[in-house]
Structures are given as C-alpha cells and as structure tokens.
Design a protein. Structure first.
Length: 78
C-alpha cells in the first residue's frame, strides 16, 4: 500500500483482525500460527486513522435491526 494512503478503521479493527486470523489458525487450520502472526503484523503496520465507535453504536444497533438481514450485525454498520 502506498505510504500516502491511510486506512480509516473502527476502534475494534485490531481485535477483529486478530480474531479472524486466530480462527484461520486454530479452528480452520488454513494457516499455521507463524503465518497468522506475520499477517497480523503486516496489517497493523499500515498507517491508519482509528475512529472511536462509541458515538455510533446506538445508530448502528438500530440500522442492524432496520435492515432485517440476519447476516448483518451491529459492527457492520459502525
């Protein structure tokens, strides 16, 4: 990724990345532990602007219920 770009991510981004990679290693055996860690290190090395999600949780909760799609959760709307 070009250094002139910056990712804009919600405050739970790092935890979600870690959880996804953990699942690929521990549950699905799609990656070995070392490769999972490498990917996590690479993701977290990107320049990023972290946005607090606290002020948007109520709206995200309402939107998640409003679309009535069980595949979309609150964090999809933050």
């Amino acid at each position: 990724m070009s250094p002139r770009f910056r990712l804009h991510v919600p405050s739970f981004f790092a935890a979600e990345c870690g959880n996804t990679l953990w699942k690929k290693v521990a549950q699905r055996c799609e990656l070995d532990r070392d490769r999972g860690r490498e990917i996590l290190d690479e993701l977290l090395a990107y320049p990023m602007q972290v946005h607090d999600t606290g002020g948007r949780i109520i709206l995200a909760y309402e939107l998640a219920h409003g679309v009535a799609n069980p595949r979309l959760a609150v964090d999809d709307f933050v």
